[in-house]
Design a protein around this ligand. Structure first.
Ligand code: 0GY
Length: 293
């Protein structure tokens, strides 16, 4: 484990908000255990172990029924820890994998049977080396044949350069954490407006309204400055939003969020029962639980 790595919160508070029946935490990870599922040699960070048992325990404690487990860069394209977690979830978890150009049809079909429904393209330079666009385009084409989607992680400042590539992909795209906006800038300023325009013009683009703890400058426990951004996306695109805890919160160097407080963020950004049901139940069910294994 890296020396600057903060362990995840040992005893999160019980949230006041009660998620509706069938609610999914649609962005979380498992790490290792490294003794069984070693981290990738090319990784940019070495986390603490974060096991499937701990994840499922947190799911129950926070009042969720389902998880979408997203392959993190520390495991590279080795999806074994993810697949192992899915195999032990009793149908209550789905996965987003990471694959290379060399992945074959049999491997994709095996991942599908395991519960994988998407792949992740990560554009954060601090997390991984860049992959040529033509490789990503090829993978996206194959993913779309599987009926899967692409999860994309990029920073707001990179959206102008990524725009043409994003709109060229013939597949549903889920953007992590609203494209990491600078919440110190105005909600209706050019930076966030570009992201809103992307979602307005392209009906195949979805957004996770997660990670106030990464975006906030006002800080915990309320992350007040992120509320208007997430609320705006939820209210403008209620059928194309997802939420996730991001447990165990990789690379949080300054504070470790209390997961219960993150759940209590939800009714502030999805302010009606209907919006909460779409965000937490209907939308993840549509993307992750509507296809046969
Ligand atoms: C996240 C965020 C981070 C890490 C990863 O795959 C990863 O390593 O996604 C981050 O450091 O911002 O969404 O989990």
């Amino acid at each position: 484990m890296d020396s600057d790595w903060l362990p995840f919160h040992p005893n999160p508070s019980k949230p006041s908000f009660k998620p509706p029946p069938g609610a999914a935490d649609a962005h979380c990870h498992v790490f290792g255990p490294a003794a069984r599922f070693p981290f990738a040699p090319e990784r940019k960070y070495t986390p603490c172990d974060a096991s499937k048992e701990q994840l499922f325990g947190l799911r129950d404690f926070l009042g969720f029924e389902r998880n979408v487990i997203v392959q993190a860069t520390c495991h590279g394209n080795d999806n074994r820890a993810l697949v192992d977690a899915l195999a032990h979830a009793g149908g209550r978890a789905r996965g987003v994998a990471s694959v290379g150009r060399d992945v074959d049809g049999d491997q994709l079909r095996a991942l599908h049977r395991a519960g994988v429904r998407g792949v992740r393209f990560n554009f954060l330079k601090r997390l991984m080396d860049s992959i040529p666009r033509e490789v990503l385009t090829e993978i996206a084409g194959r993913v779309s044949i599987m009926g899967w989607h692409v999860v994309m992680y990029f920073e707001a400042q990179d959206l102008p350069e990524l725009w043409d590539f994003i709109v060229s992909l013939p597949v549903t795209i889920v953007v992590d954490h609203m494209g990491l906006p600078d919440v110190g800038k105005p909600l209706d300023g050019p930076e966030f407006e570009l992201f809103v325009r992307l979602m307005r013009e392209r009906k195949n683009i979805w957004s996770k309204v997660s990670c106030p703890e990464r975006l906030s400058k006002s800080g915990p426990p309320n992350y007040d400055d992120v509320v208007p951004f997430a609320k705006h996306i939820v209210e403008t695109f209620p059928d194309r939003v997802l939420w996730g805890s991001d447990w165990p919160h990789p690379n949080m160097k300054h504070h470790m969020p209390d997961d219960g407080k993150l759940v209590d963020f939800l009714p502030r950004i999805a302010t009606t029962a209907e919006l909460q049901r779409k965000l937490l139940v209907d939308n993840p069910a549509h993307l992750y639980w509507s296809m046969e294994d």
